[in-house]
Design a binder for this molecule. Structure first.
Ligand code: KIV
Length: 275
C-alpha cells in the first residue's frame, strides 16, 4: 500500500473538503463503482475514496446493452446496499436516464430521494452546459453534485456509440465549455470520460474542482473504473481498462471444482456435515 493509500485507509469519512484538499496537494483520488453491500465493504476497507453506484449497473448487473433502461427505483435500491457497506468512502449515486432531464424540479425531487431513502452523500449526473441550471438547483438544496462530461453513455444515440469525445477544435471547445459549466453550477467534482489525454490535462488545469478520469489518461486528479473491469469480470473490456485481477477465471474454476466434487460425492465430506 502506498503512503497516500495507507493514510486514506486510516482517515475518517471522505468528504468534499477531503477531495478538494487532495486536488490542492496533488494527491490522487480513487473511485470505483459498487452495486452491493459485499463489494462496497471490500473497497471501503481497501481505502477507496469514493464509491459510485454507477448506472453501469444496467450493463454489468442487469445485462443490458446500454445504461438507458435503469430505473430510479433500481438505482435507489443498489445505492442503499452500497451505503450500508461504506463506513469511510463517499457514496455517490448516479442519477439514471430520465430521472433528471425532465425539469430541474424533478431532478431535485429525485436527488432528495437518493439522500433520504438510500443514504447517498452525493449524486452524479451527465451533461455540461445543458445541465447548468439543474446542477445549480440540486446544489442549492445542499446535495453535492458530481458532473460527468466527454463520453456520456446516456447520450449513446446522439454520439452514435461509445465514441471518444473532444477530438478536433470544436470537440475540444465543447468538452472544455461543458466542464467549466459544471464547475460554475457548483459541482464538487467532474468525471472526464473518453477523451484525449492532453484535453483531460487541459480541463484538469483549468478547473479548481477535482477531475476523475476514465479513459482520459493520467493527468486527471483521480481515476475511476467499473468494478467488473477492475476485477476481470467483464466479458469485453475497452482498451483503456487494465484488469487488476482475474476473478472471472477464479469464480469459474471454483464452480467447476464444486460441480466435480458434488458429482464424485466428495462434497460435502465428514468435516462439512452435521452429526
Ligand atoms: O456508470 C458508471 O459506472 C459511470 C462511470 C463509468 C464513471 O458513470
Amino acid at each position: 500500500m502506498s503512503t497516500v493509500a495507507a493514510e486514506s485507509a486510516r482517515e475518517h469519512r471522505v468528504t468534499l473538503p477531503t477531495l478538494q484538499r487532495r486536488k490542492r496537494k496533488g494527491e490522487k483520488i480513487t473511485m470505483l463503482t459498487a452495486y452491493d453491500f459485499t463489494f462496497a465493504q471490500i473497497f471501503d476497507t481497501a481505502g477507496i475514496d469514493v464509491l459510485l453506484v454507477g448506472d453501469s449497473l444496467g450493463n454489468v448487473i442487469q445485462g443490458e446493452n446500454t445504461t438507458l433502461p435503469v430505473t430510479l427505483e433500481e438505482s435507489l435500491y443498489h445505492t442503499r446496499l452500497v451505503a450500508r457497506g461504506a463506513s469511510r468512502a463517499l457514496v455517490v449515486a448516479d442519477m439514471p436516464f430520465g430521472s433528471y432531464q425532465v425539469s430541474p424540479e424533478d431532478a431535485v425531487r429525485n436527488a432528495i430521494r437518493f439522500v433520504k431513502e438510500s443514504g447517498a452523500h452525493a449524486v452524479k449526473l451527465e451533461g455540461g452546459t445543458s445541465m447548468l441550471d439543474t446542477i445549480a438547483r440540486i446544489v442549492t438544496c445542499e446535495i453535492p453534485v458530481m458532473g460527468h462530461v466527454g463520453l456520456t453513455p446516456q447520450a449513446i444515440h446522439r454520439m452514435g456509440g461509445h465514441r471518444v469525445q473532444g477530438r478536433g477544435e470544436a470537440g475540444r471547445a465543447k468538452v472544455l465549455a461543458d466542464a467549466r459549466a459544471v464547475e460554475a453550477a457548483g459541482a464538487f467534482a467532474v468525471v472526464l470520460e473518453g477523451m484525449p489525454i492532453d484535453l483531460a490535462r487541459e480541463v484538469t488545469a483549468a478547473l479548481s474542482i477535482p477531475t476523475i478520469g476514465i479513459g482520459a489518461g493520467v493527468h486527471c486528479d483521480g481515476q475511476v473504473l467499473v468494478m467488473h473491469d477492475l476485477l476481470g469480470l467483464s466479458g469485453w473490456t475497452p482498451s483503456f481498462v487494465k484488469p487488476f485481477a482475474n476473478l472471472g477465471a477464479v469464480a469459474s474454476q471454483a464452480a467447476r471444482r464444486f460441480a466435480e466434487e458434488v458429482s464424485e460425492q466428495k462434497f460435502p465430506d465428514a468435516e462439512h456435515s452435521y452429526r
